[in-house]
Design a protein around this ligand. Structure first.
Ligand code: DGP
Length: 223
């Protein structure tokens, strides 16, 4: 996927078996969170060590600032909150690398792509949005749960958080279109939940097999 060049901390990892870094992306209400939970249970049932991570991780002190912003309890400049979301991923980077190298597959609910899609939807420069994400771990698989903003909005409605508005989600959908590349696996999120689940299981199993063979870890968006 992104940047095949290895940085120093990742060298020595070539051909060593490891867990897979799998990211699920999509609009709010696309079904990501349920599918992430189901995937972890499925993998565990197959005897594969797997853990669920989600970004933002609201349990850290940075995450609590993000949560206050999302729930409209605090106001922050768009650039500032962008960097906080990124910092929230950076604070987990080394733990993620350790887990992957120890053979644990990570199923991640949102990652840097959300960072760029949501902030650029507010009008921030695309390349500026990508910059703080450079050097995080590149996912082995990005699965995009594809649903139109209108259909997503019909799914039980949005909550009260800052970005859960149809007009804004339309802009996020546009940003995801610009951001996505040929390596992403696009899954039709309007299918029955079990069909989405089955497709994800197949692609994740393939990915886990590849990583067990020793696919090297690489940095995201390396320059
Ligand atoms: P979630 O917990 O997945 O519902 O995410 C909370 C909200 O934050 C959701 O509307 C998507 C948005 N979001 C997630 N990651 C980022 C990010 O890195 N940057 C920005 N600006 N928004 C994000």
């Amino acid at each position: 996927m992104e940047g095949r060049k290895l940085n120093c901390s990742m060298e020595g990892n070539i051909n060593e078996s490891r867990g897979a870094l799998v990211v699920l992306e999509g609009l709010d209400r696309s079904g990501k969170s349920s599918q992430c939970t189901r995937l972890v249970s499925y993998l565990e049932g197959q005897g594969i060590n797997a853990e669920l991570l989600r970004f933002p991780d609201r349990t850290t002190s940075v995450g609590q600032m993000i949560s206050a912003y999302l729930t409209n309890t605090s106001q922050l400049d768009d650039h500032t909150i962008h960097l906080l979301f990124s910092a929230n991923r950076w604070e987990k980077r080394s733990l993620m690398e350790t887990k992957l190298k120890s053979g644990t597959t990570l199923i991640v609910d949102r990652y840097s792509y959300s960072g760029v899609a949501f902030s650029s939807a507010k009008g921030l420069n695309f390349e500026w949005c990508k910059a703080p994400e450079i050097g995080l771990l590149a996912p082995d698989l990005v699965a995009y749960l594809d649903i139109s903003p209108e259909k997503a909005a019909e799914r039980g409605g949005y909550g009260d958080e800052r970005y859960e508005k149809l007009e804004f989600q339309k802009k996020v959908a546009q940003s995801y279109k610009v951001l996505h590349d040929h390596s992403w696996k696009v899954v039709d999120a309007c299918q029955p939940i079990e069909d989405v689940e089955k497709q994800l299981q197949e692609m994740v199993l393939d990915c886990v097999t590849e990583c067990r063979k020793g696919r090297p870890l690489s940095p995201l968006w390396s320059i």
